[in-house]
Design a protein around this ligand. Structure first.
Ligand SMILES: [Zn+2]
Ligand SMILES: [Zn+2]
Length: 77
């Protein structure tokens, strides 16, 4: 085993940041959407709707970090 103490941890991007439109059920990444309206609803009926819900996470409540020194992925609650 390595002697790395994993002291340089970098937070990995959160995969649960996916939003679903409550009208057309389009799913889109939060950072892709930004602060914009649902592009699908806008295309269908011209309404600018902002009714999104967060999609359930694959690992709820877990943050994932990578050690910069050895590259190990660690999870924390
Ligand atoms: Zn390490
Ligand atoms: Zn929509």
């Amino acid at each position: 085993m390595s002697s790395c103490k994993h002291s340089v941890l970098v937070l990995l991007p959160d995969r649960k940041n996916v939003l679903r439109c409550q009208h057309c059920h389009l799913t889109i990444k939060a950072d892709e959407l930004g602060k914009s309206y649902c592009p699908e609803c806008y295309e269908i009926n011209g309404n600018k709707l902002f009714d999104f819900e967060e999609v359930a996470a694959e690992n709820p409540g877990r943050a994932r970090y990578r050690c910069e020194a050895c590259g190990l992925i660690v999870e924390s609650d």
